[in-house]
Write a protein that binds this ligand. Sequence first.
Ligand code: PEP
Ligand code: MG
Length: 565
Amino acid sequence: MSRPAGLKGIAASIGVAVGQARVIGKEHRRRPHRQIEQAAVSVELARFAKAVSSSRAEIESAKQELTQKHGPTYAPILDVYLLMHGDALLIDAISNAIREERVNAEWAVSEVAERLKKPLLEDTSSYFQERASDIDHVKEHLLRHLSGEQRHESPVDGPTVVIARDLTPADAVHVLAPPTVGLVTELGAGSSHTAILARTFGVPAVVGLGPLPEIEDGDLVLVDGFSGEVTLGASPRERRAAERRRDRFAAFLRAERSTSAVTPDGVSISVTANIELSTEVEAALENAAEGIGLYRTEFMCLDRREPPSEEEQLELYRGVIRAMAPKRVVFRTFDWRGDKRLRADHLGERENAWLKTQIKAVLRASEEGPVSLMFPMVATLAQFREARALVEECRATLLDESARLAALPVGMMVEVPSAALLANRFAELADFFAVGTNDLAHHTLAIDRHDGRSAAGPLDPAVLALLERAITAARDAGIPCSMCGDMAADPVSLGLALGLGYRQVSVPVSVLPLARAVIRNIDLEAAAEVAREALECVSAHAVRQLLLERLGPSLGALWKDQGLV
Ligand code: PEP
Ligand code: MG
């Protein structure tokens, strides 16, 4: 038998997956060009019209499914695709191409989509790039319906591994649910939002694998979310070994569900959850989260033209706070950047109005239980002052309307180097810090967080120096400081975070049990010693080696069993 194909990418979400491939987005490869007779034009137009209506029906039903599973908040994500099914620029242009150029519908769909995408792709702004990918998604839907494959669901039965060039966060929300057990993408990095969602949903993932070999729906795929290895054509023996590791890890996670996070030297570490969707609260509680340390609220706006109304947000936030009470929920105001942007360009004025709407919803919801509010991407002292003033303005408006409001601590993300550099001055203004290592590494090292090479970012000594600065300033000022970036979610670098002095971490829901297990094995004095040495290292690579050598052994069986090192 031929040797199995072993591929290596970036380990983006821990765990092992064994499943059949479900290749997404391969429809664009099949687009035969056929010149048709005049008499066949009406037949081709009818085929196209049927494909449009069945594709629209499929999206309608996906929308209903999304509403059933996650409530009404996320379903508008699909509205844009529905609108495009009636868009003259796209749909009429395709019909015209069939009629006037006398080509088959598949060819007309592909050609018109490429034509519409071209000017969008010439603009480097992520907004236009995303609009181009919307066109691609609709094109793929139409091609699939033209080919007669009338399905949105997986074409294979049982557990599937999704294989894609890339996923938008909106796609990821749909795709990373059962029967999906693993994810493999050609593009992406460990801190990209698709990777964050994979961790959120506990789906083992390898991203940034580079060009994939030909993979067919139904092929056996093994995904190792610890090492970043992906195996195609595995032998029965390899398959069984992977299944054993998968089951062992699942048993480990179950056993760790409600354990404590006390270090061997008796220090209790607070471990809270990062969530993107309100529906994750249940899993956060099941996995004994001590609260929600970061609620990335912008995920409720993915692919929407504007955020939900104040009343809609209020209802959603109340639900989250009630479910978590008496544990605290830290709301982060909308962070619309990069792949999480709203479907609206030139936010400007409107963004400010939307921010006020959100702050009012959080203030009103804060009656239900302990809540904090924080702002992302704070870069200057003036910005944070303005942000606080905005909260006060919203509070005053609500008090005029005689709402009863509880106290609301207002904090900030430390994820821009300027904020870390002036952390001592920010600490005088903020009620708390939450350190975002993903963006901090990205902005400190001038690397793209979506670029695979940024995987080691947070471990660079320059980033470590800023992390130390932030925690020291917080400690001196007596304000809480958590680490909610993915450095805390990585079992190797979590030990270093503790060594630098962090005593509160917030991690994706699926990582909660592992984070606590790591903490129980890290002696804080030893970790502090390692942190001092790490600050003197010359590179992120050297820091990682140091961590593996010095902290790896104390993690004992955990490392070995799961092949973490
Ligand atoms: C971060 O930047 O580390 C962070 C936690 O924020 P996000 O990943 O949502 O940008
Ligand atoms: Mg960030």
